[in-house]
Design a protein around this ligand. Structure first.
Ligand SMILES: Nc1nc2c(c(=O)[nH]1)N[C@@H](CN(C=O)c1ccc(C(=O)N[C@@H](CCC(=O)O)C(=O)O)cc1)CN2
Length: 300
C-alpha cells in the first residue's frame, strides 16, 4: 500500500525554527550578548555521540558558540561533579546539557540537581521540572524539556490542536513521557492524557481509543498499524539502532510499524520527525536562557 498519512515534517519545521532563532541571536549579539551552549558527554555510546555532534552543528549554523566536554566512560561521580561546577561558573556558557543516559555507575539525578537551574538548557533540573508540575512560568520563565516541547511545536505548526483529544503517551522516561503528560494537560493545550508503560496490561485496547498516539518506548514496531484509528495522529519518538539485514549497517527504527503510514491520518517520520524538533527546542532554550540572563523579554 502507498503512504496516505500526512507527514509531520520535523526536518522542515526545525529548519524554520532555526531561521527564526538566527534573527533573535543576531539581536542578542547587537547588545553584546553571546549565547553559548556546553555539552557534557560521558562514554562512547554511538547514539549519544551522534546526537551531541548534531547539537554542535546546529549551534554553528545559527551562530551560537558551543563547547564540548567529552569524558571517559569510567569517570567518577566526584570528577563529573567538578565539570558541572566548572560549567556553572563559566560565564561564556549561558546554557548546557548533560547527554543522557549516563553510564550506570553514575547518579544522573544528583548530576542534574547540581546544575545551576538557570543554565539548564534541557529543562530537566528538578526546579525546572517542578515549575512544569506546578504549571508556573514556562515557557517564559523556565525552559521546557526539549522533546515534549518539540512535539507540541510540531503539532502546532501543522495546525493540529489537542483540546479535548484523547492522547496516549507510550513510555514514562524522564526526557519524554513523564514531562509530556504534564505539558499536554496544561489548560492552554487541554488534552486528556493516558500514560502507558511496561506495566500496562492491554496496550492494543488503549491504542484503539486514542486520537493521538505518542510512542516513546524504544521497542521497534511495538505500535501495530492494525490497532490505530484511521483518523489517528501518530508521533513516533522511540529510536532503536538495528542492523540493516541488507547492508549490514546500523539503521534507526522507530516504535511504530511502518505500515501505519498507509493507515493513519498524520504520522511523524522517524528519522526526520521529532528528533530534529528536539534539537531545535534545545537551541530555543539556549537563546531564551541568554535573553533571561540579560534581562531581555524572552522571544523579542
Ligand atoms: N540531555 C538529554 N539527553 C537526551 C535527550 C535530551 O533531550 N536531553 N533526548 C534523547 C536524545 N536526543 C537528544 O539528546 C536526540 C534524539 C534524536 C535526535 C535526532 O535529531 N534524530 C534524528 C536522527 C539522528 C541520527 O541519524 O542519528 C532524527 O530523528 O531525524 C536528536 C537528539 C535522549 N537523550
Amino acid at each position: 500500500m502507498s503512504p496516505t498519512a500526512q507527514i509531520l515534517d520535523g526536518k522542515k519545521t526545525a529548519a524554520a525554527i532555526r531561521s527564526e532563532l538566527t534573527t533573535r541571536i543576531g539581536a542578542l549579539k547587537e547588545r553584546g550578548i553571546n549565547p553559548g551552549l556546553g555539552t557534557v558527554l560521558v562514554g562512547d555510546d554511538p547514539g549519544s555521540h551522534s546526537y551531541v555532534a548534531g547539537k554542535h552543528r546546529d549551534c554553528e549554523q545559527v551562530g551560537i558558540t558551543s563547547v564540548r566536554r567529552d569524558l571517559p566512560a569510567d569517570i567518577s561521580q566526584a570528577d563529573l561533579e567538578k565539570v558541572i561546577d566548572e560549567l556553572n561558573d563559566d560565564d561564556a556558557t549561558t546554557g548546557y546539557i548533560v547527554q543522557l543516559p549516563l553510564p550506570k555507575h553514575l547518579d544522573a539525578n544528583a548530576i542534574l540537581e547540581r546544575m545551576a537551574p538557570e543554565k539548564d538548557a534541557d529543562g530537566l533540573h528538578p526546579v525546572n521540572l517542578g515549575k512544569l508540575v506546578l504549571n508556573v512560568g514556562a515557557p517564559l520563565d523556565s525552559p521546557l524539556p526539549c522533546t515534549p516541547h518539540g512535539i507540541v511545536e510540531l503539532l502546532r505548526r501543522h495546525g493540529i490542536t489537542l483540546n479535548g483529544k484523547n492522547v496516549l503517551v507510550v513510555g514514562r522516561g524522564i526526557t519524554v513521557g513523564r514531562p509530556l503528560g504534564l505539558l499536554l494537560t496544561r489548560r492552554d493545550i487541554n488534552a486528556t492524557v493516558t500514560l502507558a508503560h511496561t506495566g500496562t496490561v492491554d496496550l492494543p485496547h488503549l491504542l484503539r481509543q486514542a486520537d493521538v498516539v505518542i510512542a516513546a518506548a524504544g521497542f521497534p514496531g511495538m505500535i501495530k498499524a492494525a490497532d490505530l484509528k484511521s483518523d489517528a495522529i501518530v508521533l513516533d519518538v522511540g529510536v532503536t539502532r538495528v542492523e540493516d539485514p541488507e547492508t549490514g549497517k546500523a539503521k534507526l527504527t522507530g516504535d511504530v510499524e511502518p505500515a501505519a503510514a498507509s493507515t493513519v491520518a498524520w504520522l511523524s517520520p522517524n528519522p526526520g520527525g521529532v528528533g530534529p524538533m528536539t534539537r531545535a527546542m534545545l537551541l530555543a532554550n539556549v537563546v531564551e536562557a541568554a535573553e533571561r540572563q540579560a534581562g531581555i523579554a524572552v522571544g523579542h
